[in-house]
Design a protein around this ligand. Structure first.
Ligand code: IPE
Ligand code: IPE
Ligand code: MG
Length: 249
């Protein structure tokens, strides 16, 4: 009964948005897990665990709404600066998340990853591949998890690849365009239309630097573990009231 009421409420939220003007690609900077835990007297790892559950909930809801691409920032190239115990807890959580067979059960979400995997453990890399393979047939929504991701590192990597191709005579340096850079990034999807950052911070923190050239931003004070379907709907409604000009008039 409770489940039924919840579904009804979610359907009502989805009815509020204009299906003709949905952002194709939504980026989420999942921030505020630590502060959420601290305010409850819990360890930071409990905040990360709650944040992972929120990601599952919001992804399923966004997919039901018709959002095609979601990129969720889970671990930045700068997050290695954190204490080892917290990094270990985050990596354990990532493994649990990937191994959770119920993760994407019953929905149409395909899982992919962006970021430098090379430094992750073999077990994590293997579970990432399994998750990608097992969800490969789903095509309603693609969830990109950004792990060991940094926008500057991504652009640097693209430039390096382009230079190597030029040095090998496979590419004319004079012919390098924005398109060439885009094609050499991790993302193979349209640029991000809307970036959501909760927890009261107003910065990108190295997230999708190239792809955010014309993104709309939505900030809120809510910590990520508390982020609800209602908040997501509000972000979409606000986005739909924006006037995107892309430099035109
Ligand atoms: C975001 O929450 C999760 C990661 C960066 C991995 P934080 O851990 O940054 O939470 P706050 O910002 O300390 O509250
Ligand atoms: C950004 O959050 C990275 C992720 C959410 C994964 P941070 O908490 O690391 O960002 P800063 O340090 O406040 O900029
Ligand atoms: Mg933070």
């Amino acid at each position: 009964m409770f489940k039924f009421l919840k579904r009804k409420k979610q359907a009502a939220f989805i009815n509020e948005v204009d299906q003709e003007n949905l952002p194709r690609h939504v980026g989420i900077i999942m921030d505020g897990n630590g502060r959420w835990a601290k305010s409850r007297g819990l360890p930071r790892s409990a905040g990360h665990r709650a944040g992972a559950a929120t990601l599952k909930k919001i992804t399923e809801f966004a997919s039901d709404m018709g959002i095609r691409y979601i990129t969720a920032y889970a671990f930045s190239t700068e997050n290695w600066k954190r204490p080892k115990a917290e990094i270990d807890a985050l990596m354990d959580l990532l493994l649990d998340y990937l191994k959770d067979k119920k993760l994407l059960e019953g929905n149409q979400v395909r899982l992919k990853f962006i970021g430098d995997r090379s430094v992750l453990t073999d077990e994590i890399k293997e579970q990432m591949e399994i998750a990608e393979e097992e969800s490969a047939g789903r095509d309603k929504t693609i969830l990109y998890l950004a792990i060991n991701y940094g926008g500057q590192q991504e652009i640097t990597k693209a430039v390096r690849t382009i230079c190597q191709k030029a040095a090998a005579g496979q590419l004319d340096p004079g012919g390098v365009t924005e398109q060439t850079i885009s094609e050499n990034l991790y993302t193979e999807i349209p640029d991000v239309d809307l970036i959501i950052r909760p927890s009261g911070e107003f910065r990108l923190s190295n997230f999708l630097l190239w792809q955010s050239a014309y993104s709309e931003f939505w900030f809120s004070n809510i910590n990520w573990p508390d982020f609800s379907e209602k908040d997501f709907t509000q972000a979409i409604l606000d986005y739909q009231n924006r006037n995107r000009r892309f430099g035109g008039i």
